[in-house]
Design a protein around this ligand. Structure first.
Ligand code: ZN
Ligand code: ZN
Length: 254
């Protein structure tokens, strides 16, 4: 598994920003450069494909064997629709479409792409027919088997471009190990906490938790903020997950 980008919408250094953090990142390079969100689970599956996907493929490995993308939500830093046409232009492709998974109301963006001709020159329906891409709908709380992974999207407290709640993913491998991909999220919804508790009761605590902490040390956002977490609410979230048994103290680390 590999993080290809962890940098939220604007990335660091932000192209238009001359603040101290961005200046430092430009100078230092390396891990100080934060690309837009993308996470590779294995060769076949990734979560999100945002605005930096070209450069990420150059730096971290091509997407030739990639079969599917699980989109957390429809914000542009997570879903760069140009990826459809870029796959279309590839001369030698893996057989079968690139499966694009969208949860709940986020799936409506497929129809928006089909009907709006400025999107990829209006060729989205044709690309579906030709097997370049394929939109697939997931439902919150419904588990789907995808090769080695059992995938269950749970609603996040973060609203995307279609008015959808983001999908955070509970991912279980064949060996039973479980991880939760919690971004973008904000303070978890009660129904999400409850589902995680139920899963924990059967399968034990999470092995891995991946969380956002987007607002860093920004003060005064409250302990349970909507949309995004910060360092304080992220810490409070870890305590809440420990209290509910979703994380165990043995595995807890920040
Ligand atoms: Zn800056
Ligand atoms: Zn977002």
């Amino acid at each position: 598994m590999r993080f290809l980008g962890t940098g939220a919408a604007e990335g660091i250094p932000s192209p238009f920003c001359d603040c101290e953090a961005c200046r430092y990142a430009r100078q230092a390079g390396g891990k100080e450069i934060r690309r837009r969100t993308m996470f590779r689970l294995d060769e076949e599956t990734c979560i999100d494909m945002g605005a930096d996907f070209f450069q990420q493929a150059v730096e971290y490995g091509d997407f030739v064997k990639l079969k599917r993308v699980l989109f957390t939500h429809t914000h542009e830093d997570h879903l760069a629709y140009m990826l459809m046409n870029v796959r279309n232009m590839a001369r030698v492709r893996r057989e079968g479409p690139l499966e694009l998974y969208l949860t709940g109301k986020a799936f409506e963006i497929a129809d928006f792409f089909r009907k709006n001709s400025p999107i990829c020159k209006g060729r989205v329906p044709q690309m579906e027919e030709e097997g370049i891409i394929s939109f697939r709908k997931l439902d919150y709380f419904q588990t789907v088997q995808m090769d080695d992974w059992q995938v269950t999207p749970l609603p996040g407290n973060h609203i995307g471009n279609m008015g959808e709640n983001s999908a955070n993913f509970l991912l279980r491998r064949q060996d039973g190990k479980t991880m939760y991909y919690g971004l973008d999220t904000g303070w978890y919804l009660e129904e999400t906490f409850q589902r995680l508790e139920q899963e924990t009761a059967v399968h034990g605590p999470l092995e891995i938790l991946i969380s956002e902490c987007t607002f860093g040390l920004t003060q005064g956002r409250g302990e349970h903020p909507n949309g995004h977490l910060d360092a304080f609410s992220c810490t409070a979230l870890l305590h809440e997950l420990l209290k509910r048994g979703i994380l165990s103290p043995v595995h807890a680390s920040t």
